[in-house]
Design a protein. Structure first.
Length: 1080
């Protein structure tokens, strides 16, 4: 039989993941063909217990006795077919006996299954529990004898009369299987000695003899009401047994016996019969035969009757009504097995894994009849059995769990570390898996208490963008075990290594409950019990007792070591009311003190009064306290009774409750759950009241008292975070709806995303549903969660929300601020973004003014987008000094301005530029280079634009030259062909001078086509100019507004032609637009 492949192709695994296919894909079912059965043997007999399993070979069979594996020896061995052979079974008492419960365990490569239990017992017979008793009856009446004996197997009881077998052929003699002999219509021949004989496979016993004496009946018979002299007895029996319900009645006339059921159901006629004169026998009993049966004896012809009732209980072994189904599940999913069984008594359900009993712990939980395995691992691949058992037997049902795993799943998370943050919080951090970490979509963090059994395992799923997590709401001073699993779409990784970490101690949550008693009028014995671990929250190292008289404010304090549990106060005043309280401390600090407990010392004249009893209070449930006490045995004072007083803390005292001297316990009911009560008890007599004993006790939480106990509240909802500034975030949430609880406060948790330092976690308390968190880091992402506290209950944490603080305004001004005059009334301002900038600049603000306006406090403002680092200042007035400064702004605000840069604009007669940097308040000056360093993108654009413009101009010039030459040639040809059309002043041909002049005029048409532009002529509507910029900075135009690279004459003048002027002007405009675009 082929082995099952545990690694599936991607497609099959996909469907397995989606649907969690029930059943086993390729599992050869392991099952029992024969199982051991109950057997009864004689001592020294040999026995074979069958066990035959079917499944994929090889199959190994082992045997267990009373849950312990059997060690084979010469006397006990396993046969080749798996059966157990016991030679000469031992019946001695103790461990040497072979009697017990046997089970076989069959194991193959897929898992193991356990058989049902088989009881091996030895045949035995006890002595008689009931023997016949001598009777004397009247002639014609009924004689009855009974005997009872316990035997294994049940003994067969027969009867003898005068030591000979009793003849059973007569109708008036009835022998019941349970050991009863009935003789109706007794005659003198029936007189004699009767005894019963019990016989089984192991023994034969005879009872003592009982004498039957028959006396004559009365001559005159009077009417006698029916009387049941042998009523039926309650019977509890197993299924498939026979039940005998005896009912013997007498009367005159002879009564008629009938049977019915109390529930008015008909009696099963197929399995019942009446034996003798009214005995009902039910054979092969089943659960539906259970019920109350009524025997009715009625006088014939009348309504006179009497009844007797009996209850029949049929015990049934377990039987399944729902069987667990086999499952095929992907790793890290959850498997659920369901098993239902019925029987009487109600069967107990337990679960086995590969034949071993499963204990509920961590991720494996058993809820009633369900087995839930969360976060399945490869180790969970096994055979599971549901075992239902009661006093009548056991039955098992099996199911297989196959865990499929994706071949390319990530490896386990690495380097798991745990660091204690506080008494209730631990932070975990880990490294991503070494393999396939890019496929991770989430992590799950698992944790549970490290000590104790049946601990709950908790799981938290987090995103794949973090490798740390804070686990809070843990118990203080407790050890916890953690591990992490990585998830991918098709499965999960192996679990990481387990780490164990303990939380810090905290102050005690409660104070001890104290008891006060007096041994004399001037002393008080204070005693207390240790605080439970739940409220202790660490090791108690100190106790502090505080006491004072009720009429004084001065308090006396006594500190005691943590190992002390009583203290004796002496030298007190008699007949005085003292107040006492106690507080406990761990190494973290002191917990809250208990409420004041009052105690009155005895009167000085009460030396002979009863001493205080030893008092003990125990909560019986959430609303009842059990008060127990014991009087001092050395007390010689007379006690008439006890007086009991009690009160809730802070309320009026109730009592006294008068109790008898024989009473030593009393229940105080009608209390409120989760409240502290003060109880005092004293003995009294006719002379005086005795010394009192005082003690406090708290009632527990009661889930059955919904009017008094509120469940844990739900977490706050609609959590919303909004950045308020670079150092604050406003947090708002909605309060859950409550029926009776009142919110006390909220706890807000705040920490940066990607936290590595536990000290950065911030916990804040507030009573409002909003809070402004301040002193945060700028431009940093934070995560927030809120929980609600009601009374002593806390809600879970709300879902986490994320928000980032705003960035700070630019801390520094722009750098490299330069101002250059590029025309008579136009200047170019350039700068670089601020240094150490956390966020992008959204805009720049440029302030400039003349020195005269600066004195008056007037500035002109320009704004540029954050992507620009240049601007043009236009309409500047000659003969003025201009001041320029620049600031950068982002979404958080505007940063500081740069140092003021001065620009000197001289008059037209003596035009020159002086640029100097000056800080007005300190006189600091800085020299800047006259070259402008443009960014590469701007330079590339300018070069490309200039090249395109020059190419267009060159093409136009070539076209004009070509057209000029063509025109010249056309004129010359025309002159030769039609000379009369040439203009002339005289009839003679033109002179050489005139000819040269005409030629020069024609050739002059090939000169530059770009006209002169006035100095104040701007094309760009945004303030651009005709400035040309090369790689070293701006190049200023000459005073003649000419373009020297288009000159061809010697004196450097430019001649303008009307022909083609518009085309040249368009080219000039295009170039200026390109330059202006890149400048802006």
């Amino acid at each position: 039989m082929a082995a099952c492949r545990r690694r599936l192709p991607h497609g099959v695994l996909y469907w397995v993941t989606l649907f969690s296919l029930p059943g086993i894909l390729c599992f050869s079912d392991l099952m029992f063909v024969k199982e051991p059965q109950d057997v009864i043997i004689l001592r020294r007999d040999s026995v074979v217990l069958d066990c035959l399993a079917n499944g994929e070979a090889p199959i190994t069979v082992t045997w267990m006795k009373n849950g312990v594996k059997i060690s084979e020896n010469e006397r006990i061995s396993t046969l080749h077919n798996g059966s157990l052979y016991i030679r000469e079974a031992e019946g001695r008492k103790g461990d040497q006996s072979d009697e017990g419960f046997y089970q076989c365990l069959a194991l193959n490569k897929f898992g193991a299954i356990l058989s049902q239990r088989a009881h091996l017992s030895f045949a035995s017979m006890s002595g008689f529990e009931e023997q016949p008793v001598s009777v004397q009856v009247q002639h014609g009446s009924v004689a009855r004898f009974s005997c009872k004996i316990t035997a294994n197997p049940p003994a067969v009881i027969t009867w003898e009369v005068n030591r000979t077998a009793l003849p059973l052929a007569m109708d008036r003699i009835t022998v019941l299987s349970k050991g009863v002999l009935q003789i109706y219509g007794v005659t003198k021949r029936d007189a004699g000695n009767y005894r019963c004989v019990a016989t089984s496979v192991s023994n034969r016993r005879k009872s003592t003899e009982a004498v039957l004496t028959v006396v004559p009946a009365k001559e005159k018979k009077y009417f006698q009401k029916p009387v049941i002299i042998a009523p039926p007895q309650n019977i509890t029996t197993s299924m498939h047994q026979s039940v005998t319900l005896e009912c013997v009645a007498t009367g005159n006339p002879k009564p008629i016996v009938s049977w019915s059921r109390r529930d008015h159901k008909p009696i099963d006629v197929f399995n019942t019969r009446v034996v003798g004169n009214g005995n009902l026998i039910i054979s092969d009993v089943k659960p539906h035969h259970s019920g109350v049966y009524i025997c009715r004896a009625t006088t014939p012809g009348t309504r006179n009757f009497t009844v007797a009732m009996t209850t029949v209980t049929v015990l049934a072994p377990p039987s399944f009504t729902e069987w667990p189904a086999s499952l095929t599940m992907p790793r890290a999913s959850t498997a659920r097995f369901v098993c239902q069984a019925e029987g009487n008594p109600v069967p107990k359900i337990s679960w086995l894994k590969n034949g071993q009993k499963i204990n509920s712990n961590g991720r494996i939980k058993m809820y009633n009849s369900k087995l839930v395995i969360s976060h399945i691992m490869p180790e969970d691949d096994a055979v599971y059995q549901c075992m239902a058992e009661n006093s009548q037997g056991s039955v098992l049902s099996r199911a297989r769990l196959i865990v499929v795993m994706y071949e390319h799943r990530p490896s386990a998370p690495r380097q798991l570390r745990a660091e204690t943050m506080s008494s209730s919080a631990i932070i975990l951090s880990w490294e991503r898996p070494l393999y396939n970490s890019e496929k991770i979509i989430a992590y799950s963090v698992h944790y549970m208490k490290a000590e104790g059994l049946n601990n709950e395992e908790y799981q938290v799923v987090i995103g794949n963008d973090t490798t740390h997590y804070i686990i809070d709401d843990l118990d203080p001073a407790s050890n916890f075990t953690f591990y992490v699993v990585a998830y991918m779409p098709m499965g999960a990784s192996q679990m990481s290594d387990h780490v164990t970490q303990s939380t810090l101690e905290d102050v005690p949550l409660r104070a001890p409950e104290i008891s006060l008693t007096s041994r004399s009028p001037t002393d008080v014995l204070i005693s207390w019990l240790p605080i439970s671990a739940k409220f202790r929250r660490g090791k108690i190292i100190h106790y502090r007792l505080s006491y004072r008289m009720s009429t004084e404010n001065t308090t006396h304090n006594v500190e005691l070591p943590g190992s002390t549990h009583e203290y004796f106060l002496e030298g007190l005043n008699s007949d005085t009311l003292y107040l006492v309280r106690i507080a406990a401390a761990t190494k973290v600090g002191w917990g809250e003190s208990s409420a004041w407990t009052s105690h009155r010392t005895p009167k000085s004249t009460s030396i002979r009064a009863p001493r205080s009893p030893e008092l003990r209070l125990d909560p019986l449930n959430c609303t009842t306290i059990t008060v127990r006490w014991q009087q001092d045995p050395d007390d010689t004072a007379t006690i008439q009774g006890y007086k009991l007083y009690y009160k809730e803390e802070g309320q009026q005292e109730s009592g006294p409750v008068l109790l008898d001297v024989k009473d030593f316990d009393y229940n105080i009911g009608g209390l409120d759950p989760r409240k502290k009560y003060h109880v005092r008890l004293l003995a009294y007599n006719n002379m005086d009241e005795g010394y009192q004993a005082d003690q406090t006790v708290s009632t527990p939480v009661c889930v059955s008292a919904p009017d008094h106990v509120n469940p844990p509240p739900p977490p706050p909802h609609h959590l919303y975070a909004k950045a308020n500034s670079s150092s604050s975030i406003y947090l708002h949430w909605g309060r859950p709806a409550f029926s009776s609880a009142k919110a006390i406060n909220y706890t807000v948790r705040c920490n940066p995303v990607g936290l590595q330092n536990a000290s950065l976690v911030l916990y804040l308390q507030t009573t409002e549903s909003h809070i402004l968190l301040q002193d945060l880091e700028a431009n940093k992402k934070y995560e927030f969660a809120v929980r609600l506290h009601v009374d002593l209950l806390s809600s879970p944490w709300s879902p986490v929300v994320y928000q980032s603080t705003l960035p700070d305004a630019p801390p520094r001004p722009p750098v490299g601020v330069k101002v250059t005059l590029i025309e008579e009334n136009t200047a170019l301002v350039s700068w670089k973004p601020p240094e150490e900038l956390d966020s992008a600049v959204t805009s720049y603000t440029i302030l400039y003014t003349s020195r005269k306006s600066w004195i008056a406090g007037e500035w002109q403002i320009m704004h540029r987008e954050g992507t620009m680092t240049m601007a043009l200042l236009e309409n500047l007035l000659p003969g003025n000094i201009y001041l320029v400064k620049i600031s950068a702004a982002n979404e958080a605000g505007e940063g500081p301005f740069s140092n003021v840069v001065e620009l000197v604009v001289e008059s037209k007669e003596n035009l020159r530029v002086v640029t100097r940097s000056k800080q007005l308040d300190s006189g600091h000056r800085e020299d800047y280079s006259s070259f402008y360093h443009l960014d590469q993108k701007s330079m590339t654009g300018i070069v490309v634009g200039v090249c395109i413009a020059l190419t267009c101009i060159l093409i136009c010039v070539l076209i004009l030259i070509y057209r000029s030459k063509a025109r010249k040639a056309s004129i010359a040809k025309t002159a030769q062909q039609e000379p009369h059309l040439l203009p002339h002043a005289t009839a003679s041909a033109p002179t050489d001078r005139q000819e040269r002049k005409a030629t020069d005029q024609v050739e002059g048409s090939t000169g530059p086509l770009i006209p002169s532009v006035e100095s104040n002529h701007f094309i760009d509507a945004k303030g651009g100019s005709n400035l040309v910029i090369n790689g070293y900075g701006p190049v200023k135009n000459n005073t003649k507004k000419s373009w020297p690279f288009f000159k061809h004459n010697k004196n450097g003048s430019v001649e303008q032609l009307s022909n083609g002027g518009s085309l040249t002007l368009a080219a000039h405009k295009q170039l200026r637009c390109i330059l202006a675009f890149f400048i802006m």
